[in-house]
Design a protein around this ligand. Structure first.
Ligand code: MLT
Length: 260
C-alpha cells in the first residue's frame, strides 16, 4: 500500500498488527532497494519503507535538506502511523539517519539494524569529494554522476553476475531529480558526528557489512559496533556496499535471527 505523509511516499506491506520494521534506503537509491527484505519479512512483520525527501517519488521542494530534517521526517512517519516501538533498519545514508534518530530518542525504537554505514561524520576530504559531485551534476548531469558513483557501491562479482539487476538499479538512480540528489549530498556533508553517542546506546543493535564494502569497510564498522554495549557484528559474504541487494539471503537470515 502507498501513502503520502508530509510529502513523502510511504509504502507498507503486511499486517499492521504485527511488529513494525522501518527500512531506510541509501543514497542515491529509493525504497525499492529493500524489495527482497519486504518479500521475506511481510508475512510476520509490518514492513514500512519510504523514499527519503528529494529521492524516488517523494517531494523534492527546494533541495535544502539537513540530516535533522530527514530525522524529523522519520519521526513524523512514526507518529502519523502510530507505530509502536518499530525496529529500524538503515543502509549507509539511511544508517546516518538512523544513528541520529537513535541519538535524538532511542526509546522510540525496539532495536536497530545498521547496514554498511558509520557513525562518524564526513572527513574534510570526503566533503570535497561531495562538493565535486555537486559540480559534476551541474556540469554533466545526473547520468554521469550515477555512472561514476554507483559502480563503487557494488562488488565486482555482483556487477558481472547480475548484469540486468545492476543496470536496472543504475537506470532507476538516473530518474532521481538532480535537485534532490544535490540536497542529499549537502545533508550528508553538514551532518554531525554520532560517534560520541555510541556508548550511550542501550537498545540492541545488529551491524551488517559487505565483505567487499570499500565505502564503509568492515574493519571500521566493527569498531562502531564494539562501542555499543548490546551489539552484534556480521560480515556479509560476497557483497560490496549494497548488501540487501547483493546478498539478500544472508541479510534476511541475519536480521531474522536478530529480531526473533
Ligand atoms: C549510501 O549508500 O547511502 C552512500 O554511499 C552514502 C555516502 O555517500 O556516504
Amino acid at each position: 500500500m502507498k501513502n503520502t505523509i508530509n510529502g513523502l511516499k510511504v509504502y507498507t506491506c503486511g499486517n499492521e498488527n504485527n511488529q513494525p520494521i522501518i527500512f531506510v534506503h541509501g543514497f542515491p537509491y529509493d525504497h525499492t532497494m529493500w524489495d527482497r527484505q519486504i518479500d521475506f519479512f511481510n508475512d510476520n512483520y509490518f514492513c514500512i519503507t519510504y523514499d527519503i525527501r528529494g529521492l524516488g517519488a517523494s517531494e523534492v521542494g527546494d533541495g535544502q535538506y539537513t540530516m535533522e530534517q530527514y530525522v524529523d521526517d522519520l519521526f513524523v512517519i512514526i507518529s502519523e502511523m502510530k507505530l509502536q516501538k518499530p525496529i529500524l533498519c538503515g543502509l549507509s545514508m539511511g544508517g546516518y539517519l538512523s544513528y541520529r534518530a537513535v541519538e535524538r530518542d532511542q526509546n522510540v525504537f525496539k532495536s536497530v539494524i545498521f547496514c554498511d554505514t558509520k557513525a562518524q561524520s564526513d572527513a574534510d576530504e570526503v566533503k570535497l569529494v561531495r562538493a565535486n559531485k555537486i559540480k559534476q551534476i551541474n556540469e554533466e548531469g545526473i547520468g554521469a554522476f550515477v555512472e561514476d558513483f554507483v559502480p563503487i557501491c557494488f562488488s565486482d562479482g555482483f556487477k558481472s553476475n547480475h548484469v540486468e539487476k545492476y543496470s536496472s538499479v543504475k537506470s532507476l538512480c538516473k530518474t532521481n531529480n538532480p535537485i534532490g540528489v544535490k540536497g542529499a549530498l549537502i545533508a550528508m556533508i553538514s551532518r554531525g558526528d554520532s560517534t560520541p553517542f555510541l556508548n550511550k546506546i542501550t537498545i540492541p543493535t545488529l551491524h551488517l557489512c559487505g565483505e567487499f564494502d570499500t565505502m564503509t569497510p568492515p574493519e571500521k564498522m566493527k569498531i562502531d559496533a564494539k562501542n555499543i554495549s548490546d551489539s552484534q557484528f556480521k560480515v556479509v559474504p560476497n557483497s560490496g556496499h549494497m548488501t540487501p541487494i547483493e546478498n539478500p539471503d544472508f541479510v534476511n537470515n541475519s536480521i531474522s535471527e536478530f529480531i526473533k
